[in-house]
Design a protein around this ligand. Structure first.
Ligand SMILES: [Zn+2]
Length: 497
């Protein structure tokens, strides 16, 4: 977006308005509350990253895109963000799958870590300040378990070490589960279990025959899944962090157990704000292995969808709303991105009369305020996006009506730049991103309605003698196999190659 940079200085006036109060919905309190970080101007955030036993699917990426919107937004408000993301490269599934493949855990997970980081790049997800592999932090986990043992929160059974939840009366405060009926000493060994199975959970698991294990001061074995996040979050961010986020299905048991482990060890609050992203649905069903409706990013790209369409779709539905993911919604996302890119290109290529229209400056200011107000309200991206599309519509009307002036370009571009600082879809770099991960694709065959719209846009450009735009649209269509023929009476025909 280097081309948009020049415009920023012009809009300083609108940034001087008093800062809007930022509110987030906190799962811990069940309320939407003002966000105030522990240290002024700095936000310490922990993100539960993927378990790298397979390619991450688009449902996983909904959460990662939400976390990227969150960090970009906080940065745009002047906060320094320190984000830590873990990579779970040891858990029940990984151990099983690596053994089945006859390779080491390291070898097995390296491949999926590489793929995950590449996938992040295609979706323009900013890299967190720290990306931490669980297997490189075994010492930190062992030390945390030792602290819990010294304080009497653990017991050992058959070489495994468990967290005694009856010693931690606040257990259940995040997910609001009822623990009153739990029998003392009932245990669960699995990393993942449901609310019907609330039990003392494993911090450290004794090795099973043939399984990979670590030789440590607390005995041979491997860490449970939950302890890794507590250990790594506190190592990099301190005992109390500002924001902990993840998918809604992590709230129990994973985040509940993180709270228990961390707060039992330190006696301090672990995370002050817990933000959870809702599920992504496919035809109104949760995307999951058991339903068999999983799509990886690479499958979507292979079907002809662009990274920017996927990002836009995942970003534009507010994170606490369920998102129904369909080919139609992806196509609408692609159209929305095209509309914005074409609009930017129109602003840059068209010649406008000199001067400034008084109406425009307040219109662009209002768009930025609405955009900001949307995001400040628990990241309501739908409101933010609508603010920008309303501006685009009004500016197009002004241009068509001859009201738009040369001096109006900068404030409008500045509003779009503010939008793109968060949404990151305006750069026309989808093909490069796919090439960088070894994928090339043909653009999907355009639908009639989309072609008609582009043809009409080109006709309008020709009528106002904006041949840069009309040629660009002609090229765009040609690349996608559509040929335009201008007729002698000033009309136009199109056909597929
Ligand atoms: Zn975690």
């Amino acid at each position: 977006m280097a081309l948009l940079r020049f415009a920023v200085g012009r809009l300083k006036g609108h940034n001087e308005s008093p800062m809007m109060e930022i509110k987030f919905h906190n799962t811990l309190t069940g309320k939407t509350e003002p966000f105030v970080p522990l240290h002024p101007a700095e936000v310490r955030a922990y993100t539960c990253g993927p378990t790298v036993h397979d390619f991450a699917h688009v449902g996983n990426f909904r959460t990662f895109v939400f976390q990227d919107i969150l960090r970009r937004y906080l940065k745009s408000k002047g906060f320094r963000v320190v984000q830590v993301m873990n990579l779970t490269d040891v858990d029940d599934r990984i151990i099983q799958k690596a053994a089945a493949a006859g390779v080491s855990i390291r070898e097995y997970t390296d491949k999926y870590i590489q793929a995950y980081l590449e996938d992040r790049h295609t979706l323009s997800l900013e890299p967190p300040e720290f990306v931490a592999r669980a297997t490189e932090h075994i010492d930190d986990m062992v030390k945390l378990i030792q602290r819990l043992t010294e304080k009497g929160f653990t017991y050992t059974s058959d070489g495994s070490i468990y967290f005694r939840i009856s010693k931690f009366p606040a257990y259940g405060k995040l997910s609001k589960i009822d623990v009153s009926g739990i029998k003392a000493g009932a245990r669960v060994d699995m990393d993942r279990y449901d609310k019907d199975n609330v039990r003392d959970f494993a911090l450290w698991k004794a090795p099973k025959p043939g399984e990979h294990f670590w030789e440590t001061p607390i005995g041979p074995g491997r860490p449970g899944w939950h302890i890794e996040c507590s250990a790594m979050a506190m190592k990099y961010l301190g005992d109390t962090i500002d924001i902990h986020s993840g998918g809604v299905d992590l709230a129990f048991p994973h985040h509940e157990n993180e709270i228990a482990q961390s707060e039992a060890a330190t006696g301090k609050p672990f995370a002050r704000y817990w933000l959870h992203a809702e599920h992504l649905l496919v035809d109104h069903e949760k995307m999951s292995k058991s339903v068999g409706n999983i799509a990886t990013l690479r499958e979507l790209f292979a079907e002809g969808h662009k990274p920017s369409s996927v990002r836009y779709l995942l970003a534009s539905v507010p994170y606490r709303r369920q998102l129904n993911f369909t080919p139609d919604s992806l196509q609408s996302a692609a159209n929305a991105v095209d509309r914005l890119r074409n609009f930017v290109s129109r602003l840059k290529s068209e010649k406008f009369p000199p001067g400034q229209s008084p109406k425009l400056s307040s219109r662009a200011g209002k768009a930025r305020e609405d955009f900001d107000r949307g995001l400040a309200d628990d990241l309501n991206t739908a409101v933010a996006v609508a603010a920008i599309f309303d501006l685009v519509r009004d500016v197009n009307t002004m241009i068509d009506g001859g009201e738009f002036r040369n001096g109006d370009v900068a404030p409008v571009l500045a509003a779009l730049e503010a939008f793109d600082g968060i949404f990151a879809v305006l750069s026309d770099d989808d093909a490069e991103k796919l090439q960088a991960v070894g994928l090339t694709q043909a653009a999907p065959a355009p639908q009639d309605a989309e072609i008609e719209a582009l043809v009409a846009e080109r006709q309008a450009a020709r009528k106002r003698k904006d041949f840069t735009t009309s040629d660009r649209i002609r090229d765009q269509l040609a690349q996608r196999g559509i040929i335009i023929e201008d007729t002698r009476d000033g009309g136009v025909r199109w056909k597929r190659k």
